[in-house]
Design a binder for this molecule. Structure first.
Ligand code: PMP
Length: 308
């Protein structure tokens, strides 16, 4: 990832991709206090456009606020950095990564005295769980790792250190031959995937877990609107893993994962083992929105990327 052409925005300057480096004493590298976002730009008829830019930047500021990080840049500056990262790198579609981190100004757990830095990079990313995953669905395993208790890691923040737990779960699932993990909370109820929110469909009604131990996903919020558009009811409540086993349909949502059907959990087939009709309908509506297809009903969710 480091050795490639392109441009990365760092603290207000555009650096050649290979030169966008940090010092070995970078505080976040040692202790993990930082936050980030993941956005996607799609190739639309009006050119490359970022999906729900305002919401992602808002969540980045919320994350920084929760973690007590002083943001050295305002919202318009970071929105422009995201748009320019797509434009400057000549990308038609992209994954965009803003990261807020503490620098190498001081060592030790107490970050007082370490400056907050921000970078934004963008690169081409195809289907996160594979085209096959999007089309045919994925196989998932409940992780042996629990998702964070609310007093351990505050899940409203998309913080760097949350992802140690995600990596452990993801690596375990993949080492055992599954496509992805599903994490339960510390009470044993369904929380989320390592980088995805989860939904189930039972008798035409959509259910999702409370987000006490899960990120408030922007794709999740998108899905709430798309489900309402399509006339589906969504119920938010505690969900057990065996409810997923006997669901008609299960799917993951996330910026990277988009809307990925889950067809197997813990070696139990879900529904008939194929993506179900509700999942398909929501996928259709989701991709119509992100790709800016005419008449999708939500053109305001896309921001064209432009120079700046
Ligand atoms: N949960 C976790 C842990 C995630 O990392 C993500 C991806 N950001 C999500 C859920 C989905 O969030 P979003 O739809 O905003 O990408």
């Amino acid at each position: 990832m480091a050795n490639r052409d392109g441009w990365i925005w760092m603290d207000g300057q555009w650096l050649p991709w290979r030169d966008a480096t940090v010092h070995a004493m970078t505080h976040t590298l040692h202790y993990g206090l930082g936050c980030f976002e993941g956005l996607r730009a799609y190739d639309t008829p009006a050119g490359p456009a970022i999906f729900r830019l305002d919401e992602h930047i808002e969540r980045l500021f919320d994350s920084a606020h929760i973690l007590g990080l002083d943001m050295p840049f305002d919202r318009p500056t970071l929105k422009q950095a995201c748009m320019s990262a797509v434009h400057r790198n000549g990308l038609r579609q992209a994954y965009i990564r803003p990261l807020v981190f503490l620098g190498a100004e001081k060592a030790g757990i107490d970050p007082l005295g370490a400056a907050t830095h921000v970078m934004v990079a963008a690169w081409v990313m195809n289907a996160y769980l594979g085209e096959d995953g999007l089309n045919r669905g994925i196989r998932v395993k409940v992780s042996s790792f629990a998702r964070h208790h609310v007093n351990v890691q505050m899940c409203r923040a998309k913080s760097v250190s949350t992802y140690t737990n995600s990596i452990l779960a993801c690596r375990e699932a993949r080492a055992e031959g599954y496509d992805e993990a599903l994490l339960l909370d510390t009470d044993g109820f369904v929380a989320e995937g390592p980088g995805e929110n989860v939904f189930l469909v039972k008798r035409g009604v959509i259910h999702e877990p409370e987000i006490t131990s899960a990120l408030d996903g922007i794709t999740r919020r998108t899905l709430h609107t798309l489900a309402a558009d399509a006339g589906f009811e969504i119920r938010t409540r505690r969900i057990t893993r065996d409810e997923l086993y006997v669901a008609d349909e299960v799917f993951f949502t996330g910026t990277a994962a988009e809307l990925t059907p889950v067809i197997e959990l813990d070696r139990r087939r879900i529904g008939n083992g194929r993506p179900g009709p509700v999942t398909r309908e929501l996928q259709r509506r989701f991709f119509a929105c992100v790709r800016g297809e005419p008449g999708n009903g939500h053109p305001d969710w896309l921001t064209p990327s432009r120079a700046g």
